[in-house]
Write a protein that binds this ligand. Structure first.
Ligand SMILES: [Zn+2]
Ligand SMILES: [Zn+2]
Length: 341
């Protein structure tokens, strides 16, 4: 089978690998769609990456083989892949929060082979059942960024009575725009890339702010009668945006921080954050990936609200052209880029 590996900084190639054989409790999935994610770009630029591992962690496909003891899926089942592989028995795994596993947490394309391949081998717990009316592309999305975004937006609970500011209009931000719009909220999107601002408008943003040409905080206040948005969804991971978020959020507002821009995010000077938090009685949430059970809630929500997550796709490529796709995605000017197999 074919699999994509990164062979050095900004270098990649498609290599041949032996077809995987499932062990006890394992499942082989024939990948039908794999989509490109911001963390693929972190890997592409990482000098310390393992060059033997197949990349990709947003995938969906059809189960082709199961190992001994597998009961949750069978050959022929359509599945989306949940990209956090965990122990399955610690306190957090028992509660459905694999992302907080304390015993043995791995990510696809980290220690395990990923989804940029014809086939993948995973634990049965990583297979999320995919109904026939949900496409493989949307399945791939739910397993990663569309789930991450849903979990963050659920903490904010937007409604028709709110204005939501969405900082950062990459895939996690654009998905947030669609969810908040579907929930009835007024949505203001903020980014510095014109293509992303355009896409945000198409997906339901009522207003957009180009932070390269406008003062974000001033414009947000102007658009909200001087009070600021009452809900803020921060997906850029930029320290400037994080500070802006706290500065502009309305009194007694809620902020959810979901953007993580590598290790730099952790070095923020916390003093202005704390004064903003205390003085305005803000509720500040962090959000990390999603618990597995949200898969069902997301499918119910996007069906009920007729949210078409495929509208975020701006480019589709066959697997042979995955390098061209990755380089285009790396420009930051695309929406979601997906690879069909
Ligand atoms: Zn992802
Ligand atoms: Zn665990």
């Amino acid at each position: 089978m074919r699999g994509l590996v990164f062979t050095g900084v900004e270098k990649m190639e498609i290599r041949q690998f032996p077809d995987p054989k499932p062990g006890a409790g394992q499942v082989v999935v024939d990948i039908k769609c794999t989509s490109l994610c911001g963390s693929d770009l972190h890997n592409l630029h990482n000098p310390n990456l393992n060059h033997e591992i197949i990349m990709g962690h947003e995938g969906a496909g059809i189960v082709s083989e199961v190992g001994v003891g597998v009961t949750l899926v069978k050959p022929g089942d359509r599945v989306a892949l949940y990209h956090v592989v965990s122990c399955g028995k610690c306190k957090y795994c028992m509660a459905g929060y694999a992302q907080f596993c304390t015993e043995d947490r791995r990510a696809l394309a980290g220690i395990e082979h990923g989804t940029d391949a014809d086939k993948i081998i995973v634990k049965e717990a990583n297979c999320l059942p995919l109904p026939d009316d949900i496409s493989f592309a949307v399945g791939a999305f739910i397993g990663c960024f569309a789930g991450t975004s849903f979990s963050a937006m659920k903490k904010l609970q937007p409604s028709g009575m709110n204005t939501v500011a969405v900082f950062g209009l990459g895939p996690v931000g654009l998905c947030g725009v669609q969810y908040a719009h579907a929930a009835g909220a007024r949505v203001i999107g903020i980014d510095g890339i014109p293509e992303r601002l355009e896409l945000a408008k198409k997906l339901g943003a009522d207003e957009v702010i180009d932070f390269k040409n406008e003062n974000t905080a001033e414009t947000l206040k102007k658009l909200t009668g001087g009070r600021g948005p009452d809900l803020v969804y921060e997906s850029s991971g930029s320290m400037v945006a994080q500070k802006d978020a706290i500065n502009v959020c309305a009194v007694q507002g809620k902020i959810c921080m979901v953007g993580f821009n590598g290790p730099m995010s952790a070095k923020a000077d916390s003093a202005p954050m704390l004064y903003g938090l205390i003085g305005k009685e803000l509720t500040l949430y962090g959000s990390s990936i999603m618990p597995r059970q949200y898969h069902y809630e997301i499918i119910d929500f996007i069906r009920a609200k007729k949210i078409d997550l495929e509208k975020m796709i701006t480019h589709r490529f066959p697997f042979e052209k995955i390098e061209e796709a990755m380089r285009l995605f790396d420009t930051g000017k695309t929406g979601k880029v997906v690879i069909d197999l």
